[in-house]
Design a binder for this molecule. Structure first.
Ligand SMILES: *Cc1c(COP(=O)(O)O)cnc(C)c1O
Length: 408
């Protein structure tokens, strides 16, 4: 299990796993107890640096705040990335609290209300319009406030991207505007008081296939360049989406980012720059930036043997880290990487199941996994907790206290 590429990102000091250079037992003392989430700031920094070294230098990186909206994480990323993508007004506030200018914050997502749109227009945030109704609302809000809203149109393409964990483009969708409706909508909006920036396309999440992502980027670029030709305004913004995945499960291999970098360089040089020399081109990533940097730390409360099977019962569970239990949109339950933080170098292994403290069989964190032999009091960490962890979990279920989150 220690061979998992994500586990290998973390330092081991003696027998101890460490996060941000601090052994987990010391972190637990800092926090005052378990369970807690710890995010490694050095891993986030090095991930962004790696991306910068591989992607063309004129690509802007945007962080999708919903992956991990902890304010300290967002503040840390503000020094590293160029832009933020938000999906609620709470996330918008977190992003506006950073030094990132409002002009580099985009607001996406279906069902934005007049109140939310008003806040975004007043703040000067770019609104990624998801429907013709929303377009009309933004125009109204702008005229009421006497501000020309900054807008981009989110496109629902006429093709699908395979291999994504979650598909958010192609076919009928609640996301974006069908591409075939765009020309007539552009004509309708031609006279409107809008600061029209360009287009956004985001077709899916958690894709580990570089070849498919490269093909998707090429298709997105040619689609958006074609639309730019039909546009009554100059196009100054192209958000190409992302969907870069991380290796959650044992058989997953990390994404081949070099291939993506090479494809993007080609696309920029041969397609984007000749047609749209001044457009700001954005890649928008959530989990790829933060997912692997985080761990969920729990303590073993009980070790019991039921009819020959060993259960490690920990003081956390799906109420904090739903995704690791396999109940956050996964079709088949598979185990996230898990380690015993105080026994990283031990060689006596056993087969166990790791369960949480909730009174439901769904609360399974590791089903039949091989770990060093663990005892009551040991610290058990679940990896891949840096994205879609705490804020994607049903924290009120069973009423246990909220865990602390730290950026170490
Ligand atoms: C959720 C989302 C993202 C981030 O997805 P990841 O899989 O975390 O990279 C990016 N853009 C939009 C519009 C989203 O809705």
């Amino acid at each position: 299990m220690n061979s998992h590429p994500t586990i290998a990102l973390f330092d081991v000091v003696g027998n101890w796993l460490s996060v941000g250079g601090i052994p987990i037992n010391r972190l637990a003392e800092c926090v005052g107890g378990t369970p807690f989430f710890a995010y490694d700031r050095r891993l986030i920094t090095s991930r962004v640096k790696f991306l910068r070294s591989v992607l063309p230098s004129d690509i802007h990186l945007s962080y999708a705040v919903k992956a991990n909206p902890m304010p300290a994480v967002v503040q840390h990323l503000a020094r590293l990335v160029d832009a933020f993508d938000v999906a609620s007004t709470t996330e918008m506030k977190t992003a506006l609290d950073t030094p990132t200018p409002a002009s580099h914050i985009s607001f996406a997502g279906p069902g934005k209300t007049v109140v939310e749109l008003t806040q975004a227009v007043a703040a000067g945030v770019t609104i990624e319009i998801e429907s013709p109704t929303e377009a009309a609302r933004v125009v109204e809000v702008g005229s009421r406030l006497g501000i020309r809203p900054r807008v981009a149109l989110r496109i629902n393409p006429d093709f699908q991207i395979k291999g994504s964990g979650m598909r958010m483009g192609g076919g009928p969708q609640q996301f974006g505007i069908d591409v075939e409706e765009i020309p007539s909508l552009l004509q309708k909006l031609a006279a409107a008081e809008l600061d029209f920036l360009g287009f956004h396309v985001f077709s899916g999440s958690q894709n580990l296939h570089a070849d498919i992502l490269c093909e998707a980027l090429a298709k997105h670029v040619s689609l958006l360049i074609r639309l730019a030709g039909e546009c009554p305004w100059p196009v100054r913004y192209l958000n190409l989406g992302g969907g870069f995945g991380i290796p959650y499960f044992e058989k997953d291999r990390p994404l081949d980012l070099l291939a993506i970098g090479a494809t993007l360089s080609d696309l920029m040089e041969c397609a984007v720059r000749p047609n749209l020399p001044d457009a700001r081109v954005v890649i928008e990533l959530g989990r790829y930036l933060v997912g692997e940097s985080g761990v969920y730390v729990t303590r073993v409360v009980d070790r019991k043997v039921s009819r020959g099977k060993v259960y490690l019962v920990v003081d956390g569970g799906l109420h904090h880290q739903l995704a690791a239990s396999g109940n956050f949109g996964q079709v088949i339950r598979r185990n996230y990487p898990i380690a015993v933080a105080n026994r990283m170098k031990e060689t006596e292994l056993e087969n166990v199941s790791v369960v949480g403290c909730l009174c439901t069989p769904l609360d399974m964190l590791g089903d039949n996994i091989t770990l060093p032999r663990a005892d009551i009091g040991d610290l058990l960490v679940v990896f891949q907790a840096g994205a879609y962890g705490l804020t994607a979990s049903p924290t009120a279920f069973l009423g246990h206290p909220l865990p602390v989150e730290i950026l170490a």
